[in-house]
Design a protein around this ligand. Structure first.
Ligand code: ZN
Length: 215
């Protein structure tokens, strides 16, 4: 990890970057990090908060305005690919981070679609990354809040200070209440899988569990 400098993070929504890898980013302020959020670019509440988060993380970034309807209608894959490529300023990174193929909880279709799209862009060579990590969380099929996968490739227990800072970003900048799903879900242990072969990632578009409303 010491040699990593140029990092891209591709997430579905503003807040995913903090929830799933905020501690990792806070611990590496020297990274040249570009964070793409594919939704809520025109949301008058979330978009400015996202800009504040970028500033707090010492990162740059861009937002798209993908449909984020609570019904989670499937997004055309070509549209997603094109949006990712239009928002990323470069094609080659030392580390690329994105959602897991089955997302981080049960369930959000956009997370799964973003994972599939980013993976396909890497597999096809349109994007290049020396290291490719996917978030590694699970919620027992919706029976508990998301937690780090026990057998993730990399598990990172945040210090009290880093966790407090991550929590501050969620509470004060994204303005989630103490009782919100987001605040209650903030992982103290962050986890990542490191697929060595991009073919390990299987796009998931139609699991048996129907999508739930946006968190
Ligand atoms: Zn999300």
């Amino acid at each position: 990890m010491a040699s990593i400098r140029k990092v891209a993070v591709i997430v579905a929504h503003p807040d995913d970057e903090v929830l799933w890898c905020g501690g990792l980013l806070l611990m590496h302020p020297h990274w040249n990090c570009f964070i793409v959020s594919l939704c809520r670019g025109k949301d008058p509440d979330r978009a400015p908060r996202y800009q504040q988060i970028l500033s707090e993380l010492g990162a740059r970034g861009a937002m798209g305005d993908l449909d984020d309807n609570p019904y989670q209608f499937p997004c055309a894959k070509g549209e997603l690919d094109a949006l990712i490529l239009s928002l990323l300023p470069e094609r080659s990174y030392e580390l690329l981070l994105t959602h897991a193929a089955d997302g981080e909880y049960t369930r959000h279709r956009r997370h799964e679609e973003v994972s599939a799209s980013a993976t396909a862009l890497l597999r096809g060579g349109t994007l290049v990354a020396d290291s490719f990590w996917t978030f590694a969380y699970e919620d027992g099929g919706g029976t508990y809040l998301p937690r780090a996968r026990a057998h993730a490739s990399l598990r990172l227990t945040l210090s009290e200070k880093t966790f407090a800072e991550k929590r501050r970003l969620v509470r004060e900048i994204y303005n989630y209440s103490d009782s919100s799903w987001e605040t209650r879900s903030i992982p103290r242990v962050e986890a990542f899988d490191q697929p060595t072969n991009h073919d390990d990632i299987v796009p998931v578009y139609a699991p048996s569990t129907p999508p739930i409303s946006c968190k």
